[in-house]
Design a protein around this ligand. Structure first.
Ligand SMILES: C[S@@+](CC[C@H](N)C(=O)[O-])C[C@H]1O[C@@H](n2cnc3c(N)ncnc32)[C@H](O)[C@@H]1O
Length: 197
């Protein structure tokens, strides 16, 4: 299947100079739940090619900061953004805030991470769930108390059960399938507001 379907959101992203159509997913989530604020320090896991970084760095402004990690080679298209640092790193290898050039916890964690898919549904679901679990595992060390979270999830029974266990860790815990998500996609986003520690 050709995943680079040139649909409305693909064309809109091109026209508006965004690096990926995923921008519109984050924009919809943020407009609905006010996840990211001016001055925030944000960590973007699986940032490549960088449309979420483009959106986020505009939102946090000059007093804020955005740190992106991805297993892919560092993008050169984000180098001009002053309040952005990017690192070629696997989320499973990140241990300390200092590795990311910050000395305080983040106000917001976002993850649009997606595993390499095999086409075997159960394998892809398990790989996606591993990434989701890793973000929740990192949260106590990386996310401020009161901070917010956005994570992409591939739907599965396992993911639903796991998320039920996590919901009490936030004051509010919402699920959203943004309008720009392709109708065939099984992905949705979890939004956690007000991390309780
Ligand atoms: C859908 S893309 C992200 C698109 C991005 N949000 C944007 O707007 O441009 C998913 C990314 O997750 C990254 N990824 C997958 N597994 C990862 C891991 N273990 N650690 C870090 N990044 C990972 C992939 O390399 C890929 O670039």
């Amino acid at each position: 299947m050709n995943f680079k379907v040139k649909d409305h959101y693909y064309n809109k992203a091109k026209k508006e100079n965004f690096l990926a159509r995923s921008i519109y997913k984050l924009e919809e989530i943020d407009e609905k739940y006010n996840v990211i604020s001016k001055g925030d320090i944000v960590m973007d896991m699986g940032y490549y090619p960088g449309s979420w970084i483009q959106y986020t760095c505009g939102k946090v402004g000059e007093e804020g900061k955005v740190v992106g990690i991805d297993i892919k080679e560092e993008s050169t298209k984000l180098k001009h953004l002053k309040n952005v640092s990017i690192f070629q790193k696997d989320v499973f290898d990140v241990k300390e805030l200092s590795e990311l050039g910050v000395d305080s916890q983040f106000d917001v964690l976002v993850s649009d991470m997606a595993p390499n898919t095999t086409g075997i549904r159960s394998v892809d679901q398990d790989r996606s769930l591993n990434l989701v679990e890793m973000v929740f595992y990192l949260a106590p060390k990386f996310l401020k108390v009161g901070g917010n979270l956005i994570i992409k999830v591939f739907d599965s029974n396992g993911a639903q059960m796991y998320l039920k266990e996590q919901r009490t860790r936030f004051k509010e815990f919402k699920y959203l399938k943004p309008k720009s998500t392709r109708s065939v996609s099984k992905e949705f986003f979890v939004i956690g507001i007000g991390f309780k520690a």
